[in-house]
Ligand binder design. Structure first.
Ligand code: ADP
Ligand code: MG
Length: 684
């Protein structure tokens, strides 16, 4: 091809070679080999093709439901073609009693067969493909300008495939190909572009997905093994006086079964001689802090120091207070280090860390600064880890001769499949049980024109002595408008609740001011807190029983779940009210439905993954992994991912040194991939 088109391919698709081109896969296939008749359709078919004519048009529905229906017939029956957009344009474009080829996916609605937003072409414009399934490639505007359409790519691809006289070098070992019945590479590449039939396509897709996920997993597992070999872990052998005293005298309640189990897992790790690298997942309010504290006490018993890092100053403060309270009367020195600890106080803490007098340091990212050094740091606890990038975590590793044990906690449950890909070398513990006596939070969705009746119920709660959060969204691009919303909301709330004290917190406040406002709420002096999402993580006010989220449509699922977790911490029935406008997009309605239906953080995380895809999930962007999987889909291929992880694990176990001749292909391929994909090395 000419230099201009080549440059566009470089830039738009990162395609530089025939090899790159071959790995640019179609996003869909159209079965042009066959025309179905309407009589044979049902609701369970994939994309199909019909040939016939439009009998009549009909506009139906109001508002969001407004749609155009074309009654389409091929003589064997009638289907409804449905569009929700561009009605005027469509009426101008398509004519009744013209012969068309319609392409789309039939579904059944109200007993009738529908095809929503079908592709429609004049019969004269469609060429029947002799090969059967015709590939469709994603293209960009810039590509289209130089006539690199899907069809042009298809032609190029056909030329490349024709030139594939000799098979390409295989990228999986003969053993793995045979054991898992995988199609050879070259055959898979040919069939992914030009499938002989649907079955061959399925086999080609399976082979390529298998390979892609296999190398992701193998890569992670190899790093994990290398790390284990490189770093010894400090051995915390004994459970000593500090732990026992706490258990016997200070522990305010019985641990839940899940807390006990997780604590045991952590204890085993820290005694094993391996460096612990563990992710502790537990829904909001499940009692992670206590587990962290007790793990910290084990470190102290073995004469090591510990450090706990939280993403915000408020949260660090709260942890500090909780820990001091829980350790009351015990002879343990705990200090708080944040950006606002300065001068003599700061000097004293830094000195105490060097001598080992300070046993527990709690703080914000101030604790990873170079000036902070320990006598013998043995354990690091990181709360709400998704707020910290890999680089920040890595800096904690260098605070002792060997890296300390690391426990990261998160209340944003990460679906298992994603955790495996993101944090393949982290062990995962889950607290899947709430402390006894908690009532599930009742979640309701209300439209914003019903605010008065909502306030009425809020007044009742306040009269019973409860406290209430009202949250407004704050999103960077529109910060100014949002702050205005918050201020207006605040005034409005003050007016609506003249007998209450209302406090206000947002991210643009000075820390001291913010702290003072928070304190009003924590102490119970203020009954209502109007805030932005700064209260999202960690804050613990058990007496608060109502969470009202304004403009709930602007929050993501996991954020809504986090916010909801601020209530339901006491013994009283709690409520979460999602307030939205009347017009809602399909996705938004789904999010709200899920929130109303379930309190289960894992179910929500799974749903979030399905709705948004992994690239958008919190924590994945800064995690360092490139989510540029070409063919596998973490949301949909979870089972396969789990399966190949085992295959990869077995391989690493059987060939730990990476030297067996039968695996040579594999180790070579892994090396090549590591060279081309820089980001892979950054995982955890
Ligand atoms: P999170 O997992 O969200 O960090 P916290 O550690 O803040 O949860 O715990 C939430 C609340 O539950 C705290 O007030 C804590 O004291 C309480 N709690 C923790 N463990 C138990 C338990 N085993 N029994 C009763 N209450 C508990
Ligand atoms: Mg917490």
């Amino acid at each position: 091809m000419g230099p201009q088109r080549a440059a566009i391919l470089n830039k738009e698709l990162e395609v530089y070679s025939l090899h790159d081109l071959l790995y640019y896969f179609p996003y869909k296939y159209v079965d042009r080999s066959r025309i179905y008749s309407i009589r044979e359709l049902d609701g369970s078919m994939p994309y199909i093709q019909l040939k016939g004519e439009i009998l009549s048009f009909e506009a139906a529905g109001e508002g969001r439901q407004r749609r155009l229906i074309a009654h389409f017939s091929d003589g064997t029956g009638v289907v409804d073609l449905v569009w929700f957009q561009g009605i005027k344009y469509l009426l101008g474009k398509y004519k009744v009693h013209q012969e068309y080829i319609v392409f789309g996916r039939p579904t059944v609605f109200n007993g009738r067969i529908n095809i929503a937003h079908p592709d429609i072409d004049l019969v004269t414009e469609v060429q029947m493909s002799p090969r059967g399934l015709q590939p469709y490639y994603n293209t960009t505007e810039k590509m289209k300008r130089v006539f690199l359409s899907s069809h042009a790519l298809e032609k190029m691809m056909a030329t490349v495939v024709q030139q594939l006289q000799e098979p390409l070098p295989e990228t999986l070992s003969a053993g793995i190909l045979a054991a898992h019945h995988l199609m050879p590479l070259t055959e898979a590449l040919i069939n992914i572009h030009f499938p002989g039939n649907a079955d061959l396509l399925r086999k080609a897709q399976y082979r390529l997905k298998f390979e892609e996920l296999f190398y992701v997993q193998l890569n992670i597992l190899r790093y994990a093994r290398d790390r284990q070999r490189k770093y010894r872990g400090y051995v915390f052998q004994k459970i000593g006086e500090i732990f026992h005293t706490f258990y016997a005298q200070n522990l305010p309640f019985e641990l839940t079964g899940a807390q006990k189990r997780v604590l045991k897992e952590i204890r085993q790790d820290m005694g094993s001689g391996r460096q612990m690298n563990r992710l502790l997942q537990g829904d909001v309010g499940s009692g992670k802090t206590l587990v962290a504290l007790m793990s910290m006490l084990i470190a102290l018993d073995n004469d090591y120091q510990v450090c706990m890092m939280a993403p915000t100053e408020i949260l660090a403060n709260q942890h500090y207070e909780t820990v001091c309270e829980l350790l009351y009367g015990m002879n343990v020195r705990v200090e708080l280090l944040t950006g606002s600890v300065k001068g003599k106080k700061r000097e004293a803490i830094l000195q105490g860390l060097l001598t080992g007098d300070v046993q527990i340091l709690i703080g914000t990212h101030a604790v990873i600064e170079d000036t902070v050094n320990f006598a013998s740091l043995g354990l690091v606890v990181i709360d709400e880890q998704h707020r910290f990038g890999v680089a920040q975590r890595a800096r904690l590793w260098t605070k002792n001769v060997q890296p300390p044990h690391v426990l990261v906690m998160t209340a944003t449950p990460i679906p298992r499949t994603l955790a495996m890909t993101l944090y393949g070398d982290l062990d995962v513990s889950v607290i899947d049980e709430l402390p006894p006596g908690r009532k599930p939070i009742a979640t309701l969705h209300q439209f914003d024109n019903r605010r008065e009746s909502l306030y009425q119920s809020v007044r009742k709660q306040i009269a019973e002595g409860r406290q209430v959060y009202i949250v407004y969204p704050l999103i960077k691009e529109s910060e100014k408008i949002d702050l205005k919303n918050l201020e207006e909301g605040y005034l409005h709330v003050c007016e609506a609740f003249p007998d209450c004290k209302v406090c206000k917190v947002h991210g643009k406040m000075k820390p001291a001011e913010k702290e003072a406002q928070m304190q009003l709420f924590v102490s119970g002096e203020a009954q209502i807190m109007v805030a932005t999402t700064v209260i999202e993580v960690g804050v613990n006010v058990p007496n608060a029983s109502v969470m009202i989220i304004e403009n709930a449509e602007r929050f993501g699922l996991s954020q809504l779940h986090q916010l909801r977790g601020r209530v339901g911490r006491g013994a009283d029935q709690s409520y979460c009210i999602l307030v939205t406008g009347y017009k809602l997009a399909e996705d938004t309605r789904k999010r709200l439905e899920i929130m109303v239906r379930t309190n289960d953080g894992f179910e929500i995380a799974e749903a979030d993954l399905k709705l948004r895809g992994p690239g958008d999930l919190e924590g994945t962007q800064q995690s360092g992994i490139a989510f540029d999987l070409k063919i596998a889909d973490i949301a949909r291929d979870g089972q396969l991912l789990q399966y190949v992880r085992e295959v990869a694990q077995q391989l690493v176990d059987a060939d730990p040194e990476g030297v067996k001749p039968e695996n040579e292909v594999i180790w070579r391929q892994l090396k090549t991939l590591r060279k081309t994909r820089v980001n892979w090395a950054a995982i955890s």
